[in-house]
Design a binder for this molecule. Structure first.
Ligand SMILES: [Zn+2]
Length: 262
């Protein structure tokens, strides 16, 4: 499931491939991913415009196409972007294809169709209406500490709550907690100022490192939990069997020896 690092990687990909080209048509192969806009409406409003720049907040990508017109992309469970030159064929599971002058295309590929495409006029208004918290990559230490100081519950549930901090999903939350050496069920209100500092720096490090590696799982450090999590998985630090627990409705993997309860 695309989390902040994947969406940031899609942003960089879109910025380096699809900006500033005139949109000649929008082909909707499956309108299920369209939200509050019809296939005809989407094409009518975008034809003749260009993707000018983009902005990411949490797991949402916003692409500016005019003064008060943004394309909002959310990648759901399996969404991704693919830029195609004129002789390349779009994937079978492409749901929406943006055609540009010169016959290049940008495909919104989404096998399971939990993704979303919408047109909005104001990004900040959208973020307010959704009640999204600050972005996990740009939040400062003081604000981070304040959020954990004000909310009860498992530290992992707080990391996953998009209304408190936007962008972190199940996989990276486990990785952040592994790096910070904290168990996912740790009660947030029991964490000291130093614990929170450690968690903050682990968050920043994991997200930035994953982006720098373009979220390529084969290139992620072997010392990370991500490539080891799952049944029969062993802790890359101490070699003991990993444990799992359900927290906030999601399966967490952790090492009960390296990650101490607080
Ligand atoms: Zn361990």
């Amino acid at each position: 499931m695309p989390e902040l690092p994947e969406v940031e990687t899609f942003k960089q990909y879109l910025d380096s491939t699809a900006l500033r080209q005139k949109i000649t048509d929008v082909e909707v192969r499956d309108a299920y991913v369209l939200k509050r806009v019809s296939a005809r409406g989407l094409a009518r409003r975008l034809k003749g415009l260009r993707f000018e720049n983009s902005r990411r907040h949490g797991k949402h990508l916003f692409v500016r196409t005019g003064n008060e017109l943004w394309l909002r992309l959310h990648f759901g469970m399996t969404g991704s972007l693919e830029y195609l030159d004129q002789d390349q064929v779009a994937p079978k599971t492409a749901r929406v294809i943006f055609h540009f002058v010169g016959n290049s295309e940008l495909a919104f590929d989404d096998q399971r169709k939990f993704g979303e495409i919408e047109l909005i006029e104001d990004v900040d208004e959208f973020l307010r209406a959704r009640g999204l918290g600050p972005d996990a990559l740009t939040i400062g230490l003081l604000q981070f500490k304040a959020i954990f100081g004000k909310h009860r519950g498992a530290v992992k549930a707080i990391l996953l709550n998009q209304q408190l901090i936007a962008g972190i999903g199940n996989l990276y939350a486990d990785e952040i907690l592994f790096r910070a050496r904290m168990q996912p069920a740790t009660e947030a209100t029991r964490m000291s100022s130093e614990d929170l500092r450690r968690l903050f720096h682990a968050t920043r490090y994991v997200l930035e490192k994953a982006i720098a590696l373009k979220t390529d799982f084969n290139r992620l450090p072997k010392s990370w939990l991500l490539t080891h999590r799952g049944k029969a998985g062993r802790c890359p630090r101490c070699g003991r069997a990993l444990k799992s627990a359900t927290i906030g409705g999601r399966t967490s993997w952790f090492c009960a020896y390296c990650q101490k309860p607080i």
